[in-house]
Design a protein around this ligand. Sequence first.
Ligand SMILES: Nc1nc2c(c(=O)[nH]1)N(C=O)[C@@H](CNc1ccc(C(=O)N[C@@H](CCC(=O)O)C(=O)O)cc1)CN2
Ligand SMILES: Nc1ncnc2c1ncn2[C@@H]1O[C@H](COP(=O)(O)OP(=O)(O)OP(=O)(O)O)[C@@H](O)[C@H]1O
Length: 195
Amino acid sequence: MNPPVSRTQLRRQLRQRRRALSRAQQRAAARRLQRTMAQDLRFIRARHIAFYLANDGEIDPAPLMRLARRLGKHCYLPVLSRWPATAMRFQRLVKGQRWQRNRFGIREPQTQRALQARAWRLDLVFLPLVGFDAAGNRLGMGGGFYDRAFAWRRWRTHTRRPRLLGLAHHCQQVEHLDGASWDIPLDAVVTDRRP
Ligand SMILES: Nc1nc2c(c(=O)[nH]1)N(C=O)[C@@H](CNc1ccc(C(=O)N[C@@H](CCC(=O)O)C(=O)O)cc1)CN2
Ligand SMILES: Nc1ncnc2c1ncn2[C@@H]1O[C@H](COP(=O)(O)OP(=O)(O)OP(=O)(O)O)[C@@H](O)[C@H]1O
């Protein structure tokens, strides 16, 4: 048995693991993810979809986002708000999109309030995962941004939107994660491996 590791240690290990993947492995994983999701009814039926720009070795949803745009779906990216600094919103991408960097150095669309969607308007949200287990517990970057953005979901059990799909490389699966009380449950985790 390995000694128990803290969430912080585990996060560091798993981030290292995904960053260690080669460019070829990353490209192959992104392609496999695109092929899997292209046939998934949750993707096919969705019109408003939130993606993310891959960072820190995350599995790259870019090929899937390109497909979504070709299919005429509305694609959104997370933008961190300056105030309150704990909030995250989702902004639709437009032609000739202008960009900025958030406080973590991640590229995001330049803030334009008119293009921001309320989280419950989205049909499908892809969440970047640092780690996950078979029970669907997830570990994120630790900012709690997704947890807070979807905390309302607990109280609105009658709405089925949006579907929350965690994305990760297969190598980010761990035996067991302790769920935190504020964790929002995922509908599923999708990886580069065949379901
Ligand atoms: N691609 C991507 N975009 C995303 C997220 C994500 O996980 N992935 N987020 C999901 O929440 C939000 C950003 N959350 C983040 C939370 C922590 C760190 C981070 O790197 N923390 C550093 C300390 C950096 C610093 O303080 O300057 C670290 O822990 O090493 C980055 C993003 C919004 N956009
Ligand atoms: N609904 C909420 N309201 C207020 N604070 C919250 C809420 N959800 C999470 N937090 C805070 O966010 C912090 C980060 O939580 P956690 O370690 O679970 O992040 P994570 O799930 O890994 O990150 P992320 O949600 O960004 O992917 C926690 O310290 C917690 O206090």
